[in-house]
Design a protein around this ligand. Structure first.
Ligand SMILES: [Zn+2]
Length: 349
C-alpha cells in the first residue's frame, strides 16, 4: 500500500468516527429534550376549579385558609393521602372522581394545585403554604366530597376556643345499651372543628380520644376548666348529653354560671346564643337556658357554657342521637353559636 492511500484511509476513518460522535450527540440531545418535555407536560396538569356541582374541584378562600372540595362519583371510604414536607397528596382511583377536568390553564395556579395522571390513578397535589395546620378529610355531611384545608400563613387565628367533650375513658357518662355519652360528645366536638378553624378560631380540645383527664371525677372536671384558663381561651364550651331516670324528659338545654355575678351579662348572652343555634336542626324541644353551679363553669375565667344535646334516656331523642347526621348538625350549630357570639363583638380584640 502506498503512503498516500494509507493517509487517505486514515483521514476517512477519522472523518467517519467524528460524524458518528456528532450524530450520536444529537440523537442523545433529542432524547433528553423529549424526556424533559414529557415531564413538564405531566407537571402542568392543572385542576379545573368550579364552584358549581359539576366541577371536579370546588374552591373558596378567606383570610385563613384555601379550601378545596373534590367531588367524587362514589362514597370515599378509605381516603388515601399523605402529607409531605411541601405538599398534600391525595391518591384517587380514576373511577372515583367526578368529571376531573384535564383542561390546561385553569383558574387556579398550577403551582398551588395540580395532578399527575398515572394510569388508573389521579394523584392530586396541593402545595402547602406553611408547614402545619393543613388537613384533609372526607366531608362529614357527604361522603362523595373530600375537603382539603390549606392554611395560608402563619398568622395567628383571631380567637381561641376550648371545646370540652364531656367524660371519656373510665367515665362513659350517661348511656343506654351501647350508646355512650362520651362517644357522642367527642363526635360532636370533632364535627365543630372545620367550621371554627375555617372562620378564624384556634381550637383546643380537652381530649381528642376516648380518655379521661383524671380517674377521679372531681379532679377530671377541675382539669378541664384549667385547660381553658391556661390556654387563655376566649370561650369555653363543654359538650354533654342529658339523662334522667324519668324517660319522658327530652330536648336540648344550655347551662351557664356566673359566680357572684362574674361576667353575668356575657355568660347569659352566650348561653342564649348557643341555645338558639342548637334548636336550628332536627326539631329539638327547647328546654331553655339555666343558671347552675357546675364545676367546669364556675372555675372558667372566660364566658363558658355547658350544652346538653338531648336526652339519651328518651326514646325519641335517642333515636335522633343514633344518627350520625344529627351529631354533624349539632357540631355545625354549636360552632355557629360560638361564631355568632364572637361576630357580635362580645369579645374585644
Ligand atoms: Zn355528661
Amino acid at each position: 500500500m502506498n503512503v498516500l492511500l494509507k493517509k487517505r484511509i486514515i483521514m476517512y476513518s477519522l472523518f467517519l468516527v467524528l460524524m458518528l460522535v456528532i450524530s450520536s450527540f444529537f440523537i442523545k440531545e433529542k432524547a433528553i429534550s423529549v424526556e424533559v418535555e414529557t415531564k413538564v407536560e405531566t407537571d402542568i396538569n392543572s385542576l379545573a376549579i368550579s364552584k358549581d356541582e359539576n366541577g371536579s374541584i370546588g374552591f373558596e378562600e378567606n383570610d385563613f385558609f384555601k379550601k378545596y372540595t373534590i367531588n367524587c362519583t362514589k362514597d370515599i371510604t378509605d381516603l388515601e393521602f399523605n402529607e409531605e414536607k411541601d405538599n398534600l397528596k391525595i391518591k384517587l382511583d380514576k373511577s372515583q372522581v367526578l368529571n376531573i377536568n384535564i383542561k390546561k390553564g385553569s383558574k387556579v395556579n398550577p403551582s398551588e394545585s395540580n395532578f399527575n395522571d398515572d394510569k388508573n390513578l389521579y394523584i392530586i397535589n396541593f402545595k402547602k403554604l406553611i408547614m402545619d395546620e393543613n388537613y384533609v378529610h372526607v366531608d362529614f355531611q357527604n361522603k362523595k366530597k373530600i375537603l382539603v384545608f390549606i392554611k395560608k400563613k402563619e398568622t395567628p387565628y383571631k380567637y381561641k376556643v376550648v371545646v370540652d367533650p364531656g367524660h371519656g375513658g373510665v367515665d362513659a357518662g350517661a348511656y343506654v345499651g351501647k350508646l355512650l355519652e362520651k362517644d357522642l360528645n367527642l363526635k360532636i366536638a370533632k364535627y365543630m372543628l372545620d367550621n371554627l378553624r375555617y372562620n378564624g378560631c384556634n381550637v383546643v380540645l380537652t381530649r381528642d380520644k376516648d380518655k379521661e383527664l383524671d380517674k377521679l371525677v372531681k379532679t377530671d372536671l377541675i382539669k378541664r376548666s384549667a385547660i381553658a384558663n391556661d390556654k387563655k381561651a376566649d370561650l369555653f364550651v363543654s359538650i354533654h348529653i342529658n339523662s334522667n331516670t324519668v324517660s319522658v324528659y327530652n330536648g336540648v338545654s344550655t347551662y351557664y354560671y356566673d359566680p357572684s355575678g362574674f361576667q353575668k351579662t356575657e355568660r347569659l348572652k352566650f348561653a342564649q346564643t348557643m341555645q338558639n343555634e342548637m334548636l336550628k336542626s332536627d326539631d329539638w324541644k327547647d328546654m331553655g337556658e339555666h343558671r347552675q353551679e357546675l364545676a367546669v363553669l364556675k372555675r372558667s375565667n372566660m364566658p363558658s357554657v355547658l350544652v346538653e344535646c338531648g336526652f339519651i334516656t328518651n326514646a325519641s331523642d335517642r333515636d335522633k342521637l343514633s344518627k350520625e347526621a344529627t351529631l354533624v348538625n349539632f357540631g355545625l350549630n354549636i360552632s355557629n353559636g360560638v361564631l355568632k357570639y364572637l361576630a357580635e363583638g362580645n369579645i374585644s380584640k
